[in-house]
Design a protein around this ligand. Structure first.
Ligand code: PRP
Ligand code: URA
Length: 208
């Protein structure tokens, strides 16, 4: 596998992913596990986040502290990426959130944009694309392209399941974008679904 792909192999992460895969898992479990895994992915993907010095006075003394020294944007790809937002916001409540509406045309498998607002604002320093499924890679490439057009200089992709095809496409189009996932699965089926994957990530979180 080429490119900057980081797979979260921690046993707890893999156990949560197994719950998500399980066709018997109810919505509440799926949501809970996606939320937890998103936090773990964000933790891994922010190890090199810039810091700025922040003097702080404890009850005992003054000391040197730090805070995050960059503006951070979370970019959930609707619908399925929505479930990845709230857990991360508990860690970084000041992060901005820019929703990006993309759906895959079922026939062509090409992404179709139907909602975005971020271009009205100043670009953030670092943006995290949040989408559980990196399948053909079309949606991820489109999302990153939009963020670059907006002027974001540092972009990272956080997802749960990737297909080799999606990793290859995103890496070829945007080799500067690190990809953080919990599994790179076997292949895509003839409808562009990741196998074994979790099925339809939007439906399983919100409506199945
Ligand atoms: C899913 C998923 C990604 C996209 C991945 O969204 O959440 O956005 O497919 O496929 P790709 O890598 O082949 O582009 P979907 O279009 O099903 O929309 P939904 O989340 O609203 O169900
Ligand atoms: N979108 C999904 O929800 N699941 C897949 O496996 C591929 C794309």
């Amino acid at each position: 596998m080429t490119g900057q792909v980081q797979v979260l192999t921690h046993p707890l992460a893999q156990s949560f992913l197994t719950d998500i895969r399980d066709r018997r898992s109810q919505r509440a479990i799926i949501r809970n596990r996606i939320r937890a895994l998103s936090v773990l992915l964000f933790y891994e993907a922010t190890r090199d986040l810039p810091q700025h010095a922040q003097p702080v006075t404890t009850p005992l003394a003054e000391t040197c502290g730090v805070h995050v020294g960059a503006t951070v944007g979370l970019v959930p790809v609707l619908r399925a990426g929505l479930g990845m937002v709230d857990g991360i916001l508990e860690f970084l409540p000041e992060a901005r959130v820019f929703h990006l509406g993309l759906f895959r045309d079922e026939t062509t498998l090409q992404p179709v944009e139907y909602y975005s607002k971020f271009a009205e604002h100043e670009p953030v320093n670092i943006a995290f694309v949040l989408d559980p499924m990196l399948a053909t890679g079309g949606s991820a490439v489109a999302a990153v392209t939009r963020l670059k057009e907006w002027g974001v200089k540092s972009i990272r992709y956080l997802g749960l399941f990737a297909a080799p095809e999606g990793v290859a496409k995103l890496t070829a189009a945007h080799p500067d974008v690190p990809i953080h996932v919990v599994a790179v699965d076997s292949h895509l089926n003839d409808r562009g679904y990741i196998v074994p994957g979790m099925g339809d990530a939007g439906d399983r979180q919100f409506s199945a």
